[in-house]
Design a protein around this ligand. Structure first.
Ligand code: GLP
Length: 241
């Protein structure tokens, strides 16, 4: 696992963009595993700016997002599908048919089976990750099996509270209580994993991720076992290392 410490959020995003764009430029038909949350917002902006300025093409790129709230349709303004379109895809030349986010509606079993089959057919060249303050990746909350594949999960109260800020104007009662998420083993299959963590609120989880035991109690710690995992942290998130 390679840990890169940057001065701040901006430098972390610039470094992440360098790595992401390197994958895309070297493989114009790459499969990208993407993430939501506030952390990748600047990275996505840098990718849009690069597309505009340098014409980097996404026409043969396929994207596979980590997770989706259960109960929200794709066009719901708080869905992760909607978030991805507005933060990234709408300004790229990506084929809408190549955008994949787990469905937040329908039979749970069918949604999970369909996504697992899709992932099996499309190995990811890079998987982008943020990290929850409790060490979750995607929506794999503490206690999730390292062998898990795409599944339905109940969100921890702390995750609901953390995410309310970004997605529901702080209205806790409006935040879905469940989600569909890629499992840990799906995440580990990616050739390269790029995790970004910034801000003091992430320092404890980052310490566990980098220095702690590999344990299902802190799902991100499994990345210690990945052959090509890059962790980009700003000084605040690295403050306990
Ligand atoms: C959600 C997402 C995760 C993300 C996390 C952190 O739980 N499912 O993929 O890493 O939020 O969000 P933020 O980047 O806003 O701290």
């Amino acid at each position: 696992m390679k840990v890169i410490v940057t001065k701040d959020y901006e430098e972390a995003s610039q470094k992440a963009a360098e790595i992401m764009l390197d994958v895309i430029k070297n493989k114009p038909n790459a499969n990208l595993g993407l993430a939501t949350g506030s952390t990748p917002i600047r990275l996505y902006e840098l990718m849009r700016e690069d597309h505009k300025a340098n014409g980097t093409s996404y026409k043969d790129i396929k994207s596979f997002n980590l997770d989706e709230y259960y109960g929200l349709a794709q066009d719901h303004p708080q869905s992760y599908y909607y978030f991805m379109c507005h933060q990234l895809f709408n300004e790229l030349d990506i084929d809408k048919n190549n955008i994949n986010v787990p469905k937040g509606k329908g039979s749970i079993e069918e949604v999970c089976d369909e996504y697992n089959a899709l992932l099996a057919k499309n190995p990811r060249d890079i998987q982008l990750l943020g990290i929850g303050s409790n060490g979750h990746v995607g929506f794999n909350e503490p206690g999730t099996s390292f062998d898990s594949v795409t599944h339905y999960i109940a969100l921890k109260q702390s995750t609901i509270e953390d995410n309310a800020k970004l997605f529901f104007n702080g209205d806790l009662s409006a935040v879905p209580t469940h989600a569909i998420t890629m499992g840990i083993s799906n995440i580990m299959e990616a050739k390269k994993v790029l995790l970004i963590a910034t801000g003091e609120r992430k320092a404890k989880a980052v310490k566990g991720l980098v220095e702690g035991p590999v344990t299902e109690d802190l799902p991100a710690s499994i990345l210690q076992k990945h052959e090509d995992a890059i962790i980009i942290v700003d000084e605040a998130a690295a403050s306990l290392l």
